[in-house]
Write a protein that binds this ligand. Sequence first.
Ligand SMILES: Cc1cc2nc3c(=O)[nH]c(=O)nc-3n(C[C@H](O)[C@H](O)[C@H](O)COP(=O)(O)O)c2cc1C
Length: 206
Amino acid sequence: MTDLSVLGIGASPRKRGNSDMLLRHILKGVRSRGVSCEDVQLRDYQFSACTGCEKCRNTTKCTGLQDGMQLLYPKLAGARGLVLVSPTHNYNMTVWMKAFIDRLYCLYMFTDDRPRRYTSSMAGQGRKMVLGAVGEQPTYEEAIGFTLDAMRLPFEALGYETLAQIPVLGIFDKGRIAAEVEILERAEAAGAQLAKAVSCTPGEFP
Ligand SMILES: Cc1cc2nc3c(=O)[nH]c(=O)nc-3n(C[C@H](O)[C@H](O)[C@H](O)COP(=O)(O)O)c2cc1C
């Protein structure tokens, strides 16, 4: 196992906004269990959307685009635990998170028949994750919409198990989540749960 046990990924364009704070509290919970972690903000990395060039076909490496994603692939591979937080933009995750997820297409191996069947190079490694989403509107449908499902489904397909999902509704002003003590406590508890799960998972890890 590498030193980095949990990787936190934030997908808001807004520095020190609500998603940043939610991520920070989840990672505080991870650290409270003595588990190491790192957080990255996708807005700090320059990378393109997947172009579907297929150069990665069954190599599990993206060689078609030499950009900031090349810094993120090893961080993702080396962490058994993952935290993803995105604000809701138009019922869904932000374009930064969507582009990031699409660039993980290279981690699949596909068969040659149609429709192609696939396996993930990350499957069976005891990978676990916690998800968070923040929206302004008061109802789940409008505030979160597809955000959590849209992050959860691709990562489950890659081989991650979802331990907790934290939807935060009714928050707009920058940093307003700081007043939501109960939510932040839940976030820290989810981080602690993730830390425990990644420490207890037996077996080899790349
Ligand atoms: C382009 C854009 C689209 C948005 N779409 C939604 C939405 O569909 N539903 C919602 O509840 N809030 C929406 N919001 C509001 C944000 O989710 C909300 O302000 C959130 O607190 C921002 O989190 P942040 O501080 O981490 O950036 C949108 C904001 C932007 C900038």
